[in-house]
Design a protein around this ligand. Sequence first.
Ligand code: GAL
Length: 946
Amino acid sequence: MKLFDCLSSFGLLVTSSFVLHSFGIAAQNASSPWPVHDNGLNDVVEWDHYSFKVNGKRLFVFSGELHYWRIPVPEVWRDLLEKIKAAGFTAYAFYGNWGYHSPNNFMLDFTTGAHDFSPLLEIAKEVGLYVIVRPGPYVNAEANAGGFPLWLTTGAYGKLRNDDPRYTEAWKPYFAKYSEITSKHLVTNGGNAFVYQMENEYGQQWVGDPTHRVPNVPAGNYMQMLQDSARENGIDIPVIHNDPNMWTRSWSKDFSNSTGNVDVAGLDSYPSCWSCNLDECTGTNGEYVAYQTINYYDHFIENSVTQPKFFPEFQGGSYNPWDGPQGGCPNDIGADFANLFYRDLISQQISAISLYMMYGGTNWGAFAAPVTATSYDYSSPISENRIVGNKFYETKNLAMFTRVAHDLTMTDRLGNSTRYSTNPAIKSKILVTDFTLGDERLIYSTAEVLTFSIVDRKPVLVLSVGIGESVEFYLKGAKEGKVAKNRGASDVKFHRESHGLIVNLAQGPGASVIKLDNGVTVVVADKITAYKIWAPNLTNDPFAPVDKSVIVEGPYLVRGVFSSDEGKTLALTGDSAITTAIEVFASRSVRTLTWNGKNLNTSRTEYGSLTAHIQGVSHIIKLPPLDTWKVHDSLSEALPDYDDSGIAWVEADHTTTPNPTKPDTLPVLYVDDYGFHNSLHLFRGYFSGPATGVHISIAGGTAFGWSAWLNNIHIGSFFGNSTFGSETGNLTLSFSNATLHTDTSNILLIVQDNTGHGLREQATNPRGILNATLTGTNTTFKKWEIAGTAGGDNKILDPVRGPLNEGGLVAERLGWHLPGYDASSWNASSPSTGFSGAGIKFYRTTVPLDIPKGLDVSIGFILNAPGPQAIRVQLFVNGYQYARFNPYIGNQIEFPVPPGVLNYSGENTIGWRFGVRVLRGRRWRLIGRSCIVWRVVGVLALIQSI
Ligand code: GAL
């Protein structure tokens, strides 16, 4: 009490042991001595050391990242953006992926299927979210080559990420087109994109110690060229950057006036590491210390003192490494992490946060860099299968508060001493004093504010407490109060004070409603009940004005609200798979509620809210069994008389390579040098003479593998491993088990399953054979032929799925994985029967689905194999490669596949190839009656009545 008494003339926040205050936005605007910046082109977006302003209004940016290329179904993007909006966010962010848009150095695709990202920006406008656009050219993102196109990885374009003219010429068309498309959706142009990021984590402004400020000239030139290109192509919003850590100090105008500086310099941080393999947590962000928050405040003061404290990336989860557990690694970065760390940011005056990732998605096709498995779930608030759970709700509870607590956009730090609280257990609460609720004031509250809405000119305030915690709040101007609804409240006391009314209570599970005589309604909910309290807005204004929002308690998700019938009907949209009671605080003029278009039997409570029940889903979704399969051998290339003169094959005849890593033997057998880049590649080496064996060294990235056959006899396999950073697999194989022809050509077939190109400077590490040396003879290989993705990178045969979908297996080259392929002549067999020995088989089935319209059903495939079999399996669903199941190396067994890739009302073509890294003499199979099962991961929603 004392604390608040002595400071009661200020707006004030107590966050753990920190105290922030705001004098109120109006007062500060008039008197602030701090410069307000704009980018010199317009003042639509401005900023100062407090926050961003859009069209003159201060904005608390609570944003989250998603990657459209990791969910290649534009129809699903709306679902994700509506979920982000429902969570109280004001913005979202996305990276581009140059490689997805550019199959070769003369083509760009921004129009076919999900390559057209403009719907993302249009939906953002419709649902009311500002957008942070981050085109690259380099993004990192655990994407193959960090999002670079794979044709760029050969070394022919230099080291990349500098001002080398070869690289410059390469990125310009991509970056120009990206800017041009985005420019139609800027806040300066009626859209919602409000900042544009240059590069990513490019902390390379300085040579040596940044405090000496010795510019790295090529880096500065590169950053400047990016900005010039963006400006030339219509980007007139502020350009930003995302510095990788606190010691690189790059691109801030407050730190230097060097070439390449951006308008607003942001920082990223992953305090709990960025991988659930904690051994990796030593580099970029320093040593991992569990639940230890980090001091960023001083860094921002030193580095960007006149700019908002901005995290274009803050840890929203962590990626799934090959050896990580199935389902990701949520333990260190679950709901508790969100609760503590995001509040801590606010205590450090951060006013712009973007969570990386908000929705992670899937590394389908060859999207992954070698470090990560198929799943990019990222333990993010919205799961890969689009389900939301506690982490989403925990994040939502804070974001909803930041959206209504406008003073957060203008706070000063009073201090960070523990004298503000005598309770050491207080770690992460944000408690407000003198908090504005429209025309009313909350003098203080010991419960956190979840949100508030102004309904018929009076506030409905929602407070959130830990279960059983006692609460005290003091409302200015009230004299009396009563408990209008008691759900778990006890010891309720009202105490009249000189300025208003103090209310005390203990709140158990549930939400109680207290009415005060000045018209204020206070809902006090325990935290878990508050998880299901929403504040949808009647406008698409990202600021979500409080007098246009309603409060809804009950459903799993409330996406939106609109009013019809001259305000008499309130139409809610949302998800609820189970029958749920809802309570709505909305204008008295509303008489009826609808839920996803269906009228609800609506009643009014004594205290003015509306109640109803929404029906859950009664359908039991049964998926047809996957038990009728056809099989075809997919390794004809091992046969000595196989004809490799066809168009799929390229003779490897290069004797030099632009790659900085030179091979030990010639010809050059780097696949990218021959226009092949993804997943599986085949090498056929011809030799004659009396060799006794062969030494092979192949670079393929962490978790890659390869197998070799001599004259159709399997002679060995490199199984691979998940060791972080392991790039190559070397074996010396004996020919003793094979029959060697002394006078004719022998064929050594090598099948390599490449896991992609590495990140940052490792992007140009070669993929392919580094050394192929015959042993026991002086003879060398006479000739090598290479096959990869059909058409190489000159012809893009499948523009919809795009350049990263397929590899070079005969099954892929001949389209066995595609819908419509006629496999009627194939033999019947199933992957659960499997096969003996080393080989590659392709299994195929077609199954109908008939998911009732209006249901949002999430479906996943589960793969299993008895024991840690040395098999490598890929799943193709309607031609999309949606799983890499490598049980010998990785732990992922469940693979969600989104609607749109699966046809929910028609036939689906499911293909499998498995084999490659197998031992001889054993039967390899997948388990389960039908070997592969698919299951309904969840019925997420009843979108419309059926
Ligand atoms: C960041 C980077 C992101 C992503 C993340 C780890 O440092 O900017 O692109 O790689 O690490 O998931």
